[in-house]
Design a protein around this ligand. Structure first.
Ligand SMILES: [Fe+2]
Length: 145
């Protein structure tokens, strides 16, 4: 969950927030994924919604597994996002804190400005979610919204 803001810190309402991700085993439900890890018949790995009047978005999902990229590069767990406001569109990835693979990820390490901004914060579950779940908080900034 999180909020979409513009660069002035105002909430962006009605932003299209699209998410796609691998399943818990690190496999995408997509024909071009060559990872031999098993598909999860109960998991599609895609969702889209609009931010609400206060810029909030919220998805319920599973934590994706790491998966092999090229050579010996393993992608750390991450979620892909495309966020479309009225003016701006951003395609990016959200990472989880404390993942050892983050330090070796070519894409994450090539981010020069605000790399930490791509890493979410993890909070304990609140009373409205399953007790063994985690709250992952990640805010998104669209320059002009
Ligand atoms: Fe990915």
């Amino acid at each position: 969950m999180g909020r979409v803001f513009n660069a002035e810190g105002q909430p962006v309402r009605g932003a299209r927030v699209e998410l796609w991700q691998a399943n818990a085993q690190g496999r995408y439900t997509h024909p071009s994924d060559t990872n031999p890890a098993p598909l999860d018949p109960n998991f599609e790995g895609f969702a889209v919604q609009s931010s609400d009047g206060e810029g909030r978005y919220r998805f319920k999902t599973v934590k994706p597994g790491a998966y092999p990229a090229t050579g010996n590069w393993m992608r750390p767990p991450h979620l892909h996002f495309e966020i479309t406001g009225k003016v701006n569109r951003v395609i990016t990835q959200m990472y989880f804190p404390g993942e050892p693979l983050n330090d070796k990820d070519i894409l994450l390490q090539n981010i020069r400005a605000n790399r930490e901004g791509l890493i979410a914060k993890v909070l304990p579950p609140t009373s409205d979610v399953e007790p063994d779940s985690l709250i992952v908080v990640w805010d998104i900034v669209l320059d002009k919204g």
